[in-house]
Design a binder for this molecule. Structure first.
Ligand code: NAP
Length: 672
């Protein structure tokens, strides 16, 4: 009897009853059975919210990022078992690397971005403070806070590991527990990945659960704090979008659905040469990888009419060389589809498109063609491109349709007939053509991949979603946005505009707001990280800026810009009324006023943020500095933390001359 794929719920692995068989893509053998019947899915949601969500929200963004980093590394160290199972799904070693190592890589990317771009707190200020009163006593700040529900992630069969991890990482970083529902045909590989994650012991209890099989019982209990992020076909997306959880109870819903992505060859690429070759290789690779079962794969090949025959010939030659066979064989370049049902669906899609078949006969290696879902790559040609059904039908496999265009406007029109795509590649050397097409296509896409022979070799590739960049697309592509760096956390967070006094906002965010209370307890540069409080402040002595200072600074640095050196020219400018001090001199003189000269807890200054010279500094100005501890962030185990100082340089009449944040590293008591 086949093994049951177990679900991971309420802290334990459990099987449903009456499992549905799942077969190997390679030989049709039953690999596993999948069922969620009888599992307490409502209890799993409660467990996620109380146990998982509670634990996650107690951690800062940086602590969550550190867990993702350790998890990514642990997974990368133990992939052998996953690779073996991945073969059964039809994936070659190269395909598995995208899915398994790529998934772990997404965790590492999110860990790095979270550490760099988010505060070491549980609340994420969104944008700058907004002043709402003239006296500065009433301000506002948008805040992103973790939602209190569960992130249900419904995934497609084609990337059982990456598909889960690229959604899990942002939800986890946002402080929201995940329940993942893998697609049935490859659920056994997701199960193996979740078991591996469970064994690391790194993820807090309840922060990641998995249900293999029907999830109707879970959908029935979702509400407004929960979210569903779906990846799969447009038909299933439509069904889920009208589920009562979404329509009646306000569950957030995002979809990544099918997409008829394109590749456009520019006229400037010609009929041969390196850019032309790059185009052929880009299209061929998208047909070969995962046997074309990729949401980002190129389905429409759109080329100048003058290049159509050359493209057709070059592609047929390239497709004939694909080594199709057993994915376990390291020499295999293209494995089978995920199963026989998918093969039948692909054949139907090809028939429905009804285009001229240009190529469909690449030979296979020694494989079981009756029980294994092997197919040849298929190249179609649309004789009347504007009317082609290739703009409506997604053949989810190694199939693409060639179409000729006359003008760049026609090319944009053809691509747009896909009604919204994840990605299109534009290939050609002419920058005017490339820029025109980029802007023409942008409203229809989540991502555009624009390359020529110079940038092509360094490209991350047409079909590779990059964690830092948006993955999603308008219209038919589902209208969702995944990845895109920190943007993807927003699905899991509530943005709230908080209005109040600067003191209130300081208390809520842990970050000092302009106008909030300050305290002077001695020079703050003499305090260790733990002893320093947000709001600790220093008001310095003043220093007079003289014309000699300006001359000496100009001589020292070589900066003899007219505004500093030529009284008449400066006075004649629309900005100044005479010679002014160098802005960088004002900064240097300000540092001279506020630094603590002796060795102490402040180890180094590593930069300035948000610098503005508000008013020119004229000779005779008496400058002074108000320095305030604005934000603290401990670097665990480093012996120091990062401290941001609000810095204001004022003159004798309290005019603001310069404002900026000084960034320092401040030692902990143990650190020095
Ligand atoms: P699918 O049939 O739509 O299934 C997707 C997921 O939805 C599976 O987990 C499936 O579970 C689940 N599902 C189906 N009906 C459901 C329902 N009534 N309630 C709750 N869950 C339900 O798609 P697929 O065949 O797995 O994947 C191929 C499709 O996905 C292609 O069209 C491809 O373009 C698209 N795709 C898009 C992206 C993207 O990022 N845009 C990425 C990958 C794939 P079961 O398997 O248990 O039915």
């Amino acid at each position: 009897m086949a093994r049951s794929v177990e679900s991971f719920l309420n802290g334990r692995w459990q099987s449903g009853t009456d499992g549905r068989p799942v077969r190997s893509a390679v030989n049709g053998r039953v690999v596993a059975e999948v069922s969620a019947q009888g599992l307490d899915q409502a209890a799993a949601r409660s467990y996620a919210i109380t146990t998982g969500g509670g634990a996650l929200r107690a951690l800062t963004f940086h602590q969550r990022a550190a867990i993702l980093r350790n998890l990514g590394k642990a997974l990368l160290a133990e992939t052998d078992e996953l690779y073996a199972l991945s073969c059964e799904t039809g994936a070659t070693a190269a395909d598995s690397a995208i899915d398994i190592d790529g998934g772990a890589g997404a965790l590492l990317s999110y860990a790095a971005m979270g550490r760099k771009e988010l505060p070491n707190r549980t609340v994420w200020p969104d944008g700058d403070p907004i002043s709402l009163s003239r006296d500065g006593r009433f301000v506002a700040q948008h805040l992103n806070v973790s939602r209190l529900g569960v992130a249900l992630q419904i995934n497609a069969f084609n990337f059982p590991c990456w598909g889960m991890l690229e959604k899990f990482a942002p939800a986890f970083l946002a402080g929201v527990p995940t329940i993942v529902k893998p697609a049935t045909p490859t659920a056994y590989l997701t199960e193996a990945m979740v078991r591996l994650i469970d064994r690391t012991g790194l993820v807090p209890d309840g922060a990641l659960q998995m249900i293999a099989g029907d999830i109707t019982a879970l959908l029935d209990v979702l509400d407004e704090q929960d979210s569903i992020s779906f990846t799969g076909s447009a038909a299933t997306a439509r069904q889920l979008r009208s589920n009562p959880a979404v329509v009646d109870r306000g569950t957030r819903f995002t979809a990544e659905a099918d997409s008829l992505n394109a590749a456009v060859l520019l006229p400037s690429a010609g009929n041969d040469g390196p850019t032309f070759e790059l185009f052929i290789e880009t299209v061929a690779s998208e047909l070969r990888v995962k046997a074309g079962q990729k949401c980002t794969a190129i389905r429409r090949i759109i080329v100048p009419a003058s290049a159509c025959s050359a493209v057709e010939e070059a592609l047929v030659e390239r497709l004939t060389t694909f080594r199709i066979g057993d994915p376990a064989d390291p020499a295999t370049e293209m494995g089978p589809l995920v199963g026989l049902e998918q093969r039948t669906a692909l054949q139907q899609a090809i028939e429905q498109i009804g285009a001229t078949v240009v190529h469909e006969t690449t030979p296979f290696g020694d494989v079981d063609v009756e029980h294994g879902a092997f197919v040849s790559p298929v190249l179609l040609r649309a004789e009347t491109p504007a009317e082609s059904a290739a703009h409506q039908i997604e053949p989810f496999g190694p199939v693409a349709t060639l179409m000729a265009y006359d003008t760049l406007t026609d090319a944009v029109d053809l691509v747009a007939r896909g009604r919204g795509s994840l990605v299109t590649s534009v290939v050609g050397p002419d920058l005017t053509e490339a820029a025109d097409l980029t802007l023409g296509l942008a409203p229809y896409h989540g991502r555009l991949h624009v390359v020529d022979a110079t940038s092509g070799p360094s490209s991350t590739g047409h079909g590779s979603p990059v964690p830092q960049l948006v993955h999603g697309g308008p219209g038919r592509a589902g209208g969702g946005e995944e990845l895109g760096g920190m943007r993807s956390l927003l699905t899991h967070m509530q943005r709230t505009a908080v209005q109040g006094s600067p003191d209130l906002l300081t208390a809520v965010t842990g970050r000092w707001f302009d106008g909030a209370r300050r305290q002077e307890r001695g020079h703050p540069f003499t305090f260790h990280f733990e002893d320093l409080a947000v709001g600790d402040s220093l008001q310095t002595e003043s220093r007079r800026i003289t014309i000699e200072d300006i001359e000496r600074f100009a001589e020292l640095t070589g900066d003899t810009f007219y505004a500093h050196m030529d009284e008449q020219a400066a006075a004649a400018s629309p900005i100044f009324s005479g010679r002014v001090a160098h802005g960088y001199f004002v900064l240097s003189a300000a540092a001279g006023l506020f630094v603590w000269p002796d060795p102490g807890p402040v180890l180094a200054n590593y930069g300035l943020d948000n610098l503005r010279f508000a008013t020119p500094t004229y000779p005779g100005a008496e400058i002074r500095v108000v320095l305030t501890c604005k934000e603290k962030s401990l670097r665990p185990d480093a012996g120091y933390g990062e401290v941001r100082w609000d810095t204001k340089v004022l003159d004798q009449n309290d005019n603001l001359l310069a404002a900026y944040d000084v960034l320092t590293m401040v030692a902990t008591r143990e650190g020095n």
